[in-house]
Design a protein around this ligand. Structure first.
Ligand code: EPS
Length: 385
């Protein structure tokens, strides 16, 4: 039995490199580095990012797991070099003893018995998400081979929300608008308003979070399972999205709002159309998608819809009330180079961690040692509809 698809990362924000180790890929998947690097480039962008992104030019190289660019069934190891690597130089990475509320600083320094938060913050930093995007981009290459696409974007921030509804037919037009937006938002007016909010935060030495969303199109019914709680796809998606730095909430479909409605206004009526029997949804469609494409922990043939909420960046230029860990006196929290907002980047990260979990569920259902085996299991299932 092949290993379930999984990945881990290594690397500190100002260490030598970031690494993603991906296990459980079938043999025969072409690793398109141009695509991976394109996604890494997207993650670096966005209005409100700090100076670090002008230093770095994130590109992945393959350390192991391929032959002539194609997987051979062994673990795949990707590396992204940090240009700004200075962790071993104490003059260039001074101690941080005035913890930033909202960051891992205080909890980490207490956990590791030190007054210097540097060790914790270096790994807690969202710089690590570059490795997650690289792993997720590999998963997206697999999804693409079977007609699935993950589409992530920024829905809004503070008091603005984009009035758009992505569907299987309009999402590629929305993607064009998103890609032209400095905040990865597929609505021009909302983009402008988010940019204004970030600009205001910058002038007021403050920071901004926001709402991200990912929709996955083209999933056949039955990815995930209701048989064990930890294998439910909705549970795995929540785990993955909550695992992104600074995310404080995850919702699927209608999410929290479903408790404000009676059942008849929540559950998605089932309709069958014989003429679409060969489509990825097997002809079974819904008049709404409040379930976000997931029922009983399984895909139901509708697009998978995941919402994530990111808190504002915790490094504030104005500081926040804190305590100096060396003297235990009241001080303002320490400032070091950071972003005013990383919401556009967060939407890219979310798009990729969601894709990874869908790819994992896909391989659990159709997995084999080779892409050919996966393809034949997938086609057999499609032909059974
Ligand atoms: C990030 C790199 C970091 C931060 C940010 C994300 O670079 P530096 O700390 O060198 O400026 O800009 O990290 C954080 C938000 C954080 O809390 O540490 C990146 O590449 O995404």
């Amino acid at each position: 039995m092949p290993t379930p698809l999984r990945y881990q990362t290594a690397g500190e924000s100002h260490g030598h490199s970031l690494v993603a180790l991906i296990d459980g890929l079938p043999e025969g998947l072409r690793i398109d580095l141009d695509f991976i690097n394109h996604e890494l480039h997207r993650r670096q962008g966005g209005y409100g990012r700090g100076a670090r992104q002008r230093i770095e030019s994130d590109t992945a190289e393959i350390l192991a797991g391929t032959r002539a660019g194609v997987t051979i069934g062994s673990p795949l190891c990707l590396r992204i070099a940090n240009r700004d690597h200075r962790l071993d130089d104490p003059d260039k990475t001074p101690a941080l003893s005035r913890p930033r509320p909202g960051h891992a600083d205080l909890a980490g320094s207490l956990k590791y018995g030190t007054t210097d938060c540097r060790g914790t913050l270096e790994r807690a930093s969202a710089r690590e998400t570059a490795a997650r995007v690289a792993a997720g981009a590999v998963a997206r290459l697999l999804l693409r081979a079977f007609g699935m696409e993950s589409f992530g974007f920024v829905r809004g921030a503070i008091d603005v929300q984009a009035p758009i509804e992505p569907t299987a037919t309009n999402w590629s037009a929305l993607k064009t608008v998103r890609d032209a937006s400095e905040v990865a938002c597929p609505d021009v007016e909302t983009s402008e308003r988010i940019i204004e909010l970030i600009h205001r935060a910058k002038t007021e030495k403050d920071t901004v979070g926001g709402w991200c969303e990912t929709h996955v199109f083209g999933c056949v019914p039955g990815l995930g399972t209701c048989m064990q709680w930890e294998e439910r796809l909705d549970a795995r998606l929540a785990y993955a999205v909550m695992g992104i730095q600074a995310f404080k909430a995850v919702e699927i479909g209608l999410g929290r709002a479903c408790a404000a409605r009676f059942g008849s206004r929540v559950h998605d009526a089932i309709v069958y159309d014989e003429s679409t029997r060969t489509a990825s949804h097997f002809g079974f469609q819904r008049s709404s998608n409040n379930a976000g494409g997931l029922e009983g922990g399984m895909t139901n043939g509708m697009p998978v819809v995941v919402h994530g909420t990111m808190k504002p960046i915790s490094t504030l230029l104005q500081g926040m009330p804190s305590v100096d860990l060396r003297t235990r006196e009241a001080v303002q929290s320490q400032y070091e180079r950071s972003d005013v907002s990383a919401i556009a980047a967060a939407s890219v990260v979310m798009e990729h961690v969601v894709a990874f979990e869908v790819a994992r569920a896909f391989l659990l259902k159709f997995g084999g040692d080779t892409m050919r085996e996966v393809e034949s299991a997938y086609l057999r299932y499609r032909s059974m509809s």
